[in-house]
Design a protein around this ligand. Sequence first.
Ligand SMILES: Nc1ncnc2c1ncn2[C@@H]1O[C@H](COP(=O)(O)OP(=O)(O)OP(=O)(O)O)[C@@H](O)[C@H]1O
Length: 754
Amino acid sequence: MPIKFPSPIRFLNPSLPVARFPLTNVGLSLNTPRSIPIFTRVFPFKLKYLGFASHFSTHSFRPVPTGSRPEFSRRTGGGGERGETKLSKSLIEDEAELSDWVSDLRTNSIRGRVTSEDESDSDMGRRYRSKSGRGRETDSGGNRGGGAGVLSTKRRRESNSNEFSEPTRRRTESTFGSPTRDRGTVGLQNARRGRRERNLGFKRDDKGSRGKGVFIDGDVVDNGEDERKGLMQNLGGLINEEESDSDDDDNGVFEKNALSSIGLEKDFDVKDRPSLSTNSDSFMSETRFDQCSISPLSLKGINDAGFAKMTVVQAATLPAILKGKDVLAKAKTGTGKTVAFLLPSIEVVVKSPLNRDQKRPPILVLVICPTRELATQAATEAKVLLKYHPAIGVQVVIGGVRIALEQKSMQANLCQILVATPGRLKDHVENTAGFASRLMGVKVLVLDEADRLLDMGFRKDIEKIIAAIPKQRQTLMFSATVPEEVRQICHKALKRDHEFINTVQEGSEDTHSKVRQMHLVAPLDKQFPFLHAILKDHMADDPDYKVIVFCTTARVTGLVAEFLGALKLNIREIHSRKAQTYRTRVSDEFRKSKGLILVTSDVSARGVDYPDVTLVLQVGLPASREQYIHRLGRTGRKGKEGEGILILAPWEEFFLSTVKDLPITKAPVPSIDPDTKKKLERALSQVDMKSKEAAYQAWLGYYNSQKKVGNDKNRLVELANEFSRSMGLDTPPAISKVVLGKMGLRNVPGLRSK
Ligand SMILES: Nc1ncnc2c1ncn2[C@@H]1O[C@H](COP(=O)(O)OP(=O)(O)OP(=O)(O)O)[C@@H](O)[C@H]1O
């Protein structure tokens, strides 16, 4: 018999408070006439607030009168969203698309374009030599410099059209450079000791515990968010003016509005939910799937997948979703959110009458994911659940795949469930015959990684997609992070009576306590050696190691991968400069393997479910607090233990204040013996000069867009040149004048132009 929960209470985790949002008067906006852009209505650029207490002067967003609002007893997330310094807003769907877009700048299609990376590459190799004097001049491989160019110029422009610029605030960094002390690697080894044993059970840990980025390697990003603001500053002239109507003002306003208008309706009392009261670290509930009204064939599929009981987020959200409610759900990384939205969506298809329109059979469920890897993974999980539903089909549409192939596949195969990345989906809406009418069948819309999809980089595409599906639908949004300002936007996308189900216990962190988090502050010239030392140490400590190294941009990722490859480490790399087929192959390989290090940009930051990752290393400033959390979430999945180390330069230490609620301790500083030092220098000298030049430009672009670093241009260039020296270059690479101009860096002392 189906279990029943009293309707106003949404439950959760062991002691998870389930938050429900007050019913504000804002729920209508997404159901707007098609001709009016949704987010323009719901989030007007000139939105003004009349006070911190929640008064708005816009007709499309009215605050709940203070008196009628449920008391803002606590903010959810245990500080998860606290202190968000809002480091970012994304620009582009998938970094590959930004890559394409930047490639596009090389053409004559956009006014005021930048000189292409390829152009700037043309003679770089001849100009500079590595420290050893033998910089190689060969191209770094067919995968570079290409971009998966399947996107139209128009779309790329549109993808970028909503970025906002931000008034430049001058700021002088005062925290540059404090030398680190060498304390040996023993501490790190100790820190890890016993990890494997602890992994054997779900025991509680006793330890105390771009966009897309922007960019720009003159070229690219991998995932920043706030850098996007910088991108706009830097590339001002590149943006289509009609579309660059900035909502600069909105950002500050938005944050305040969010703070003042969101409250929790109810705190959850775990005593009322014995089925969920496992220990508070567990991601599993006591609820069985057959306790909900799930079809027998779905139950069979679940059983075959080996899922005996629901995870906490599944138990928390399924009853509400099955009842047809709109849901915004927040649950920690790796806790089964994908099944939580797929399973009830499948049930909607099961219950839908068979459609006899063979020519344009309707798409009933639309799942949108921010990256190609994630979309592919969600579709794979759907297929597992659909094992005993031969009449239900799932298809994927993502960038990097020939659109004609997708059109064929959607026509020739069952496609009641469509999983897509936003840009490609929009392409289909605009260019695939009959697709728009199929979309009019959508009954369930899912935004996976909702906060990412609702940020600036995706806004336009999402807006168009929502306008292309029926207003009468169920909307589900899931993420491990739901910043305040995103909650505001979510309100507009969801029905008024939607439920916000937060499975992160009040007062607990957004990260898993079984994942040991550390940071290491080291000057740039020490970072390559330290990275190597940490990896070697980890590999020695755990023969089943499986490590992900996150880097700031695609080009820096390429550089780090080459460096580690030269040291004969077992390396794979994934970033936007790699072809999609390569990305898919490497992703599959990494999923199945052990004894491997994946060097990657933020294309791998969210959602991807690689089992048993033992260590996540983040090198350089993460694009945002959220991005830090999602990257870290690649380890410690399904209740396992893991380890995360963030390597920052002294002048990046400010980032720690944005994650001060997380249990991040200081990592011991590795010691580097003279022989190893020489070996590392040799390895660096083997890295392709073009990779170094591209990484230098990308590095400069990325940090230029980070306001805390990029506002002081003289200092920025000093730091970039420090980075250049850390790669073994005596002279920093020259950058084309056009690119420097676009970055706002012309005539800054220390830069070389060509
Ligand atoms: N009921 C269940 N029992 C056991 N394992 C499950 C269950 N549901 C899902 N899983 C597995 O848990 C793993 C993590 O799930 P999933 O990738 O959906 O997590 P997530 O919460 O979406 O993570 P992220 O926030 O990183 O996207 C997957 O391997 C999935 O197959």
